[in-house]
Design a protein around this ligand. Sequence first.
Ligand code: AMP
Length: 202
Amino acid sequence: MSIVPLSEARHRVCVYCASSNACDPVYREVARRLGGLLAEAGCTIVYGGGRAGSMGTLADGALAKGGRVIGIIPRFMRELEWGHEELTELHVVEDMRTRKHEMLTRASAVVALAGGCGTFEELLEAITLKRLGLFLGPVVIVNTGGYYDPLLEQFARAIDGRFMDSRHGAMWQVVREPEEVVPALESAPSWDSRSIEFAALR
Ligand code: AMP
């Protein structure tokens, strides 16, 4: 497998992360650090446009470093005043599906921080689309304090059980700290639409 050209892999990074303000504050600090690091690396961040939890600190961290942050938020959340109003751009869409689709189609890479069911859904959809060759960018999972160990074990189990191919294990990279994210985006193995040939196991 060849290496993805840097500019393509790094340029527009979709970040999935928690809306919770109740979890350990370490997760919000990791998000703030990641926002700053992506901004310093010249990346545009695409995310869900919220101001709560890690979503808010991610955006604040990037904006504080002069970064460009694009939020995509469903209308009902904006009406509930859940939107972050200081972003570079805040796009209001009709529903959650459109939001998820917009976030991914605007992105050339995905990063997942710790989160709840919303983050899981977004991360798993990105990986599912990558398996089918419909999203080709790097997917980096930030495994803060081993938060994602059970999910990574489940992926290994799916591969062991032949629900997924061993080649599918190359679809995501796992790092421990936000400082490792940009290098992981730079060095992620390339993926192309020929992955459809081994998407379904025979
Ligand atoms: P979770 O990881 O379950 O906190 O979900 C994060 C995702 O849930 C976000 O990307 C949104 O889709 C959605 N979400 C849930 N609550 C909020 C909120 N207060 N503000 C913005 N997005 C939210």
